[in-house]
Structure formats: structure tokens, C-alpha cells
Design a protein around this ligand. Structure first.
Ligand code: P5A
Length: 442
């Protein structure tokens, strides 16, 4: 891809309407464009990042045995009346009438719809557990949409739902999601910590938010810093192993604002271990038993008896994660962004010095591009006639983690190659490709 032909509308300065760095950067490098309050279009750069995040989320759901489906964005009000949430949900729900005057809504979440799908097909306990997810747009008419895509009205969520026969089985399902979330955020290069949380309009009495630390976050958190060292890598998808994982985390006091108790915090956490800061909620899991299955009559036959299934739901803010990664990785002072290679819009920026009447650097760039492509490395060539330092500055903002510069200092087969934030190296193209490939496979 040539930069001149790409749709990356870069702004000269930070937009003044944006208050936090992720919002500023996303507008500045043309990742998103606001369409109306709290509603955004995703432009190529932003969309590529979001799609890569989505794919990682998907792979980690599949890995613990969750099956992917796709439910619609528009739902009928009937099922929400059955659960009793049609009135409870209040003004955050966008309500619509169709031409037959039927009450419809744009789904803010899917507990009702999935319960309806489940009850119409699953009748026997032998089909349990059922773990289902989809990745779909949601709409919540937030009172104060802000911070760009971090708290917006239309957003992209992965939501999963579990159905089990007993509380014990349901906790096993809950714990599988707990592990899969830790794995997912690790692949996004984020350290997200699980924290006991309130359940709000989703309901139930067991819930964890997954939070990454960030000064600009909206959630207040109180935790023990040793929680960051919990190692989950050897956890198996077995009841005892997953229970141990939960225990390893729950040994440490770690709560959001709503669950905070000063005395408890000070008693349980030594002063030198206390972390009292802010964070961004990137995921939230809930266990709510028969809160929906009972009123909606979702049951299975067990020993001749009708048992309401025990349910949980599990959300990840896929679009919010784009902003959350920027909050975690952007160096505001030096104006340098570095995407984790796993989600970067491109793997490498090829930055040639373009001289008038001399196309040799561009030709070299094309060859390098083809070579990298043959190694499965996705590059973008900056064929514009900006000078090298302006180009580097631009790519420092865009955040592609590797830069390959073709300029005055290029000697023979050796290219100036830089991992953003590190020293420039002089390397042959084969070495460059293997360095990038190695980073991608980690
Ligand atoms: C769990 C899945 C639920 O909705 N029902 C289905 C449950 N949980 S939640 O906590 O309300 O949302 C899940 C995640 O979605 C992201 N999120 C948002 N992202 C951007 N803008 C918003 N207005 C917004 N609201 C929620 C969060 O990452 C949250 O953890």
C-alpha cells in the first residue's frame, strides 16, 4: 500500500475537542471520524486495529470451547418484557417502532435474545453446557458519551453467554471465561487485572471487571500490587486448576469503587502494596443464575424434573480496547505511539527519501515491499514527497512498530531499521524480515 493512496486523513494539530490522549490520537491520525454524538465511523487505520483485536478475542473464545453465532442488532421488545427489563433499562435503551407499530429496540446487550434462542432448541440437560458468543454492535444511549470511542453510544462488543444445569457447573463455565480473558488481554499486550465488581443492570451476585491501569480511566480501583505477578500460564481447563486460579487472584484485595471499603483495604493490604488509582474497564463477567431463565422459562429436563438453567454473561469492549491500548502505550511527552505488533495496522513502515527525477528509492521500496509480503509481513510505503524527518514524525504518531528508512545512510544491502523506541540498526532485508517475523510469532 502506498501512503499517497491510503485513506489516512492526518491532522496537523491535536483536535481541541478531545480531552484524553486516545481520543486525540485517533482523530489526529484519522482512525475514526465522529458521525454524531457518541457515534463514529471507523476509517481504515482504526478499522484494521479493531479487526485484529476482534480476531484475537475470537481465537481465545474458540480456544476455551465457546461457539460463535451472530444475533441481530435490532430486537423485539417482547422478550425484554418477559424478563422485566424493558422498563428497568430506562433511557439508555434506544426504542424504535416499525411500520406495524411494533416496539423494537437496538440491543444494548443480549441476555434476553440468547435465552430465547436457547429455550426454543435445548430441552435436555445432556446438551449442557452451552457456551455461545457473538461479536456485534450495541447501542446504549449514554447520558454523557465522552472520550471518543471509550464511552460512546454505538460500540462493538464481544458478548458470550453460558447455560449450565447446576451452580457448580456454571462456576466452571465462569472460570473458563475468567482464564480466557486473562489470555486475551495478554495477547493484546495489556496487563488487565480482575476485580470484584458490582453487577448493575445485568444482575447477579458474582462479577469481575477486567481493568487496565490508566490515569484517564473512569473506574476507581483499589488493589494490592502483588496481583500483577499472579501467573496463570499453567492453568488447565479443569475445575480444580481453574478454582486455584481464582483463589490465586482472590487472595489479593482488588475491587472497584462500588465495592471499596477503606477499613478493609487498609487491614488487608500493607501500605507498601497499596495501589489506589484509576483504570479502564475492558471486560466484565457476570454470574446471575436463573435471573433470566426463570421469568423466560428456559429450562431442561433432569431426572424427570424441570430445572431452570443457570446462566452467566461475559463481555469484552472490542472497540473500547482500541482506545485502551493507546492509553496504555502512547508516550504523550515524546508523541510516540507503538502498537503491539499483534494489533498494529501495518507491521512495518517503509520510509524512502523521495528525490525529484530519481525514482531509485521508490523502486527499492517496491522491491522491499514485495519481499516482506512474501514473508507475510504487511508494510506501507510512504511515497509522499515530505522530508524524512516529517515522515518519521508522522509514523511515530501512527504507531507502526517498525520503520525501515531508505535515505542517505542506506549503503548497499544494508538498511536503516528501527523498532520504535529503540536505537536504529543497519541490517540486511533478510535480517529485518526475520526480526519482524519473530516478533509476530511471539
Ligand atoms: C456482559 C456481556 C454486559 O453488557 N452483557 C453481555 C454483559 N456487560 S457490560 O459491562 O455492560 O459491557 C461489557 C463491556 O462493553 C464495554 N462497554 C462500552 N464500550 C464503549 N462504550 C460504551 N458506552 C460501553 N459500555 C460498555 C466495556 O468494555 C464493558 O466491559
Amino acid at each position: 500500500m502506498y501512503f499517497s493512496k491510503s485513506f489516512i486523513p492526518i491532522l496537523k494539530n491535536n483536535p481541541t475537542e478531545a480531552k484524553i490522549k486516545s481520543h486525540q490520537l485517533m482523530l489526529r491520525v484519522g482512525m475514526i471520524k465522529q458521525s454524531s454524538a457518541g457515534i463514529y465511523s471507523w476509517l481504515p487505520l482504526g478499522f484494521k486495529v479493531m479487526k485484529k483485536i476482534e480476531q484475537i478475542v475470537r481465537e481465545e473464545q474458540d480456544r476455551v470451547g465457546v461457539q460463535e453465532i451472530l444475533m441481530p442488532t435490532i430486537q423485539s421488545s417482547e422478550i425484554w418484557k418477559e424478563s422485566g427489563r424493558y422498563d428497568d433499562y430506562g433511557e439508555e435503551m434506544l426504542r424504535i417502532k416499525d411500520r406495524q407499530n411494533r416496539e423494537m429496540l437496538y440491543g444494548p446487550t443480549n441476555e434476553e435474545l440468547i435465552t430465547e434462542i436457547f429455550r426454543s432448541s435445548i430441552k435436555s440437560y445432556k446438551s449442557l453446557p452451552q457456551l455461545l458468543y457473538h461479536i456485534q454492535w450495541k447501542f446504549r444511549d449514554e447520558l454523557r458519551p465522552r472520550f471518543g470511542i471509550m464511552r460512546c453510544r454505538e460500540f462493538y462488543m464481544k458478548d458470550a453467554y453460558s447455560f449450565d444445569l447446576t451452580d457448580e457447573d456454571a462456576l466452571f463455565s465462569y472460570n473458563k471465561f475468567f482464564l480466557s480473558y486473562l489470555r486475551t488481554f495478554k495477547r493484546l499486550n495489556l496487563s488487565a487485572i480482575p476485580m470484584a465488581a458490582d453487577t448493575g443492570p445485568i444482575g447477579g451476585n458474582l462479577s469481575h471487571e477486567f481493568i487496565i491501569l490508566a490515569e484517564t480511566g473512569e473506574s476507581k480501583i483499589y488493589t494490592d500490587k502483588r496481583i500483577f505477578d499472579v501467573d496463570y500460564s499453567s492453568t488447565l481447563i479443569q475445575n480444580s486448576s481453574l478454582e486455584k486460579l481464582r483463589n490465586d487472584y482472590e487472595k489479593f484485595y482488588s475491587v472497584t469503587d462500588e465495592k471499596f471499603n477503606k477499613e478493609e483495604f487498609e487491614n488487608k493490604v500493607l501500605a507498601e502494596h497499596r495501589v489506589n488509582t484509576k483504570g479502564i474497564e475492558v471486560g466484565h463477567i457476570f454470574y446471575f443464575g436463573d435471573k433470566y431463565s426463570r421469568p423466560m422459562n428456559a429450562s431442561v429436563d433432569f431426572d424427570g424434573k424441570k430445572e431452570f438453567v443457570k446462566m452467566g454473561s461475559y463481555g469484552i469492549g472490542v472497540s473500547r480496547l482500541v482506545g485502551a491500548i493507546i492509553e496504555a502505550k502512547y508516550n504523550d511527552k515524546d508523541e510516540i505511539m507503538k502498537w503491539p505488533i499483534s494489533v498494529s495496522p501495518y507491521d512495518c513502515a517503509i520510509i524512502p527519501m523521495i528525490n525529484k527525477n530519481d525514482s531509485s528509492n521508490l523502486e527499492k521500496s517496491n522491491k522491499i515491499f514485495e519481499y516482506l509480503k512474501s514473508k507475510n509481513i504487511d508494510a506501507i510505503i510512504d511515497d509522499t514527497d515530505e522530508n524524512i524527518s516529517a515522515k518519521i514524525k508522522k509514523f511515530n504518531l501512527i504507531g507502526i512498530p517498525y520503520q525501515l528508512i531508505i535515505g542517505k545512510k542506506t549503503e548497499g544491502d544494508f538498511f536503516e531499521f528501527k523498532e520504535v523506541g529503540s536505537e536504529t540498526q543497519k541490517l540486511k532485508i533478510e535480517e529485518i524480515a526475520s526480526q519482524i517475523s519473530k516478533a509476530k510469532s511471539n
